[in-house]
Design a protein around this ligand. Structure first.
Ligand code: GLC
Ligand code: CA
Length: 569
């Protein structure tokens, strides 16, 4: 059988998948429910060819790091051809690899390298917008107003006598206007950067093309998708558009029948995708990025749709035991009826690294997850390290899936001091320098203490790495048993043995302590207070920092224990 070409390949033929794909897929259809997923931001992970940009060859050379870490899956941020107007979230071609990052053949090698190590691969899908270099957007520009080509995006005539005013006063989420004018006078909508035109999901061709993309990668062996701004795709755009004031300030939290956000009808798209996911065995998984309130999140996590959704509640929580307890209880209660599993996240490529957040003045109170300019961070690195390890260990003991961002296993702090001229993030530019943007968590990883770019690649790195990266380098941590790297490895390997599908029972403690027990007798206890606290009865298994006198849990520390009395599941 000759290999199907891209064009005649709309139908999913799982039987023709390579053996390793079939083998990896032969496993548990619910593999993602309790998975530890490691996020790779490809341009900043490892550079194989020395051009300063991370690439697939670099990732392939580091898969053993992931295997040793003990993660169940990798989520790879966009690796598609892109002008990088928004770090790759401006996609020129959904069914190819950026030549600076690699080739489709290398992609296949990566899939196999992960699968033979038992690691699944989730890739990022960006369905709200393409890039202005996408073939279809170029075709739209070349075509006339009112043409089928323009109908794939959201084009409108302007207001004012000659259409010189935008169709509405909407602001893009990245700052600046949400409409950009094209040479013939029409305007197109982009809720992010102007290089990211929004797709028109009322157009059936857009639906068909995304189904084709999903099948393209599903057939190539990916195990799932992370769906970018999953709460934005469908829009209600009446003849007379509402004003920005009508949209409301908190647009990200608008619900139901809003013009732009979290509309109920977006789930019709995901039902369509689910039918395709379920053609695979086991079904492909998907996780929604939707910054919506918890009670709306469950809709994205529904088994009839994407199946799982990111929960950013802990990411935004302060160092506060009450907040942690409430967030955990609420989310477990919400996950249950949806049939999904909860997810836990502290860091990703969009927010300040949690090792820094928890070390900011106030130690994580008023948790500043998007460092704004003007707040020169006063950072206590030791406090940040202790607290971030403690909350990570707490989350790893919870039911559900945990997402880990590259570098977090090194306890890497945010790089706050990038010179303006070296910055890349569109947020920094569009917000006029008022916000520092997201470059600080995207600085290429330090793999070794010595050498240019700390082992990131044979030459430089595309964002400047500070001198202090040396002390966080993976090879330095390898030699030190108390390092954050060893901490993550031990935590993940222990978790693999202890994790259970059973839910949790809160243990009554001091109000400054968060403690719970899983049905198999696994206890986790975190001291949010300022004084050491007595450990409950049981055998200490592991802790995020040294225990005092054997039976005291110091502040800013989490311990895992095996309870004396086993509770039945
Ligand atoms: C998501 C991505 C972010 C990107 C935005 C627009 O929030 O995580 O990095 O800038 O979507 O695609
Ligand atoms: Ca490279």
């Amino acid at each position: 059988m000759s290999p199907a070409t891209e064009k005649d390949h709309p139908v999913t033929d799982v039987k023709s998948a390579p053996a390793h794909v079939l083998a990896a897929r032969a496993g548990d259809p619910g593999w993602w429910r309790q998975a530890v997923v490691y996020q790779i931001y490809p341009r900043s992970f490892a550079d194989g060819n020395g051009d300063g940009i991370g690439d697939l060859a670099g990732i392939i050379s580091r898969v053993d790091h992931l295997a040793e870490l003990g993660v169940d899956a990798v989520w790879m941020s966009p690796f598609y051809p892109s002008a990088l107007a928004d770090g790759g979230y401006d996609v020129d071609d959904y069914r190819d690899v950026d030549p600076r990052i690699g080739t489709l053949d290398q992609f296949d090698v990566l899939v196999e390298a992960l699968h033979v190590r038992g690691i699944r691969l989730i890739i990022d899908l960006v369905p709200n917008h393409s890039s202005d270099r996408h073939e279809w957007f170029q075709a739209a520009l070349a075509a006339k107003a009112g043409s089928p080509e323009r109908d794939r995006f959201i084009f409108r005539d302007g207001l004012g006598e000659n259409g010189e005013l935008p169709p509405s006063d909407w602001r893009s989420l990245f700052g600046g206007p949400a409409w950009t004018r094209v040479p013939d006078g029409q305007w197109y909508l982009h809720i992010f950067a102007k290089e990211q035109p929004d797709w028109n999901w009322a157009n059936p061709e857009v639906h068909a093309d995304f189904l084709r993309t999903l099948a393209f990668w599903g057939d190539r062996g990916v195990d799932g998708f992370r769906v970018d701004v999953a709460n934005a795709l469908t829009k209600r755009l009446p003849e007379v558009l509402p004003s920005q004031a009508d949209l409301g300030d908190e647009t990200l939290y608008a619900v139901g029948d809003h013009w732009l956000w979290d509309r109920d009808d977006v789930h019709d798209i995901y039902a369509e995708w689910r039918a395709l996911f379920d053609r695979y065995d086991p079904p492909l998984m998907a996780v929604a990025e939707a910054w919506v309130p918890a009670e709306r999140r469950v809709r994205y996590a529904d088994a009839a749709g994407l199946g799982q959704a990111f929960n950013f509640d802990l990411l935004r929580a302060d160092w506060d035991p009450e907040q942690f307890r409430t967030i955990v209880s609420d989310n477990l209660a919400l996950a249950e009826p949806s049939g999904s599993s909860t997810t836990w996240v502290f860091s990703n490529h969009d927010v300040v690294r949690h090792a820094t957040r928890y070390g900011l003045a106030g130690g994580g109170d008023g948790n500043d997850w998007l460092l704004s300019r003007g707040t020169e961070p006063v950072e206590d690195r030791d406090l940040g390290a202790r607290r971030s390890r403690a909350v990570t260990l707490l989350a790893l003991a919870l039911p559900g899936s945990t997402y880990v961002y590259q570098g977090e296993e090194l306890g890497l702090p945010e790089v706050a001091t990038i010179p303006d001229e070296a910055r890349q993030d569109v947020v920094f530019f569009r917000k006029g320098g008022i916000e520092m943007g997201r470059d600080g968590c995207r600085v290429p990883l330090p793999w070794s203490e010595h050498g240019t770019s700390f082992g990131f690649g044979p030459n430089g790195a595309h964002l400047p790495q500070p001198a202090w990266f040396a002390e966080y380098a993976a090879d330095v941590q390898e030699k030190s048993p108390d390092s954050t790297l060893h901490f993550y490895r031990r935590a993940l390997s222990l978790r693999r043995r202890l994790q259970t599908t059973g839910t949790l029972e809160w243990l009554t403690t001091d109000s400054t302590v968060v403690a719970f027990r899983r049905p198999n007798g696994w206890v986790s206890m975190t001291n949010f207070g300022t004084e050491p606290t007595v450990l409950p009865e049981g055998e200490p298994l592991f802790a995020s920092g040294p225990l005092t006198d054997g039976n005291l849990l110091p502040p800013d520390t989490t311990v895992w224990l095996r309870a004396v009395v086993q509770v039945s599941a």
